[in-house]
Design a protein around this ligand. Sequence first.
Ligand code: NAD
Length: 342
Amino acid sequence: MMDNIYMDLNFNILKHNVTGKSSKIVVLTDPNTTKYCLPVLKKYLKNVDFLHLEIPVDESTKNIKTIVYIWKLLLENHIDRHGLVINLGGGVLSDTGGFAASTYKRGISYINIPTTLLAMVDASIGGKTGINFLGIKNQIGSIQQPEGIYINPLFLNTLPEEEIKSGRAEMFKHGLIASYDHFQKLLNTSPIPEDGLIIESAQIKNEIIQKDPEENGLRRILNFGHTFGHAIESFLREMGNPVTHGHAVAIGILLESYLSTLYAGLSVKEFEKIQDFILQNYEIPEFDSDNLDNSLIHLMHHDKKNKSGEIRFVLLNKIGSAAYDYVIDKKDIKRVINTFLV
Ligand SMILES: NC(=O)c1ccc[n+]([C@@H]2O[C@H](COP(=O)([O-])OP(=O)(O)OC[C@H]3O[C@@H](n4cnc5c(N)ncnc54)[C@H](O)[C@@H]3O)[C@@H](O)[C@H]2O)c1
């Protein structure tokens, strides 16, 4: 147990924590988690009374229309201020369900039951919720901590391989920014990491959040790989050639690690270790653009770490240690894009 994060293999802790606590429990799912995960949860929560609502959401509909849809369902089902929302799904569902809950009637409680690897180690933790706006990732949102996060790796048995790889990218990031030991273990783990490694990764994120819940400083290091990663993810989605969030972040990690050698003292030897892992596990996507550097820079200007119009990066000093607020010369941003992506 880490504060309110539980490895809950038979959902006994969840059952204990929710029984008799709220006026009504609503379980939100997306179409896949209705099919693959809800039956598992139902089996364990036999005597818990809850209402199930399916939300037709994926990354392309992680937007205000879906939030309005959820608010409407909550209202029509008479969910009051003492209701509880349980998000049973990946990061898209917990970001959207969490945002809907955090704004409905000025905020009701919610719980995350992550069903993807990425959500187990990252998206379900930290209380950031939100949606995409005008084609740009996570522009509108809130910070409200979930009441609890209940991790059960059983759900990974039905998760497609691409999604496992997506989650591994965020675990890899946790090693790079905060733990050489975690990084090393990930180089040698099986495709689905062992339970202990999943919890270790969740713990790394959680420790950073505990020190800086509102992202006034340190928490920004969790965005390593995401300045390029979010721009790449948004660009490819607009082009009709989407990749998973983690795949985009993995490419972002490669580019930002290279910048780290120029600006933050990462050694070339360590950069090459990172590069080898990324290129062995993730393909460089097809971008099909004559003006990729300017297009990505345009998208990066919307990054939430920026200040006064400058694009700010998190960079590595060495594997296991990161620092934030690096302002990078545009010519180096273009150089790294043109070296690795074109
Ligand atoms: N709030 C945060 O701190 C934070 C952090 C990282 C990422 N995110 C967000 O998370 C999102 C990505 O989350 P994700 O990678 O979990 O993707 P996702 O939620 O889109 O899930 C990936 C796919 O797997 C399906 N799925 C989920 N669980 C399944 C299961 N057990 N078996 C079979 N299929 C299953 C989903 O329906 C979906 O099609 C992005 O929108 C990203 O911005 C948020």
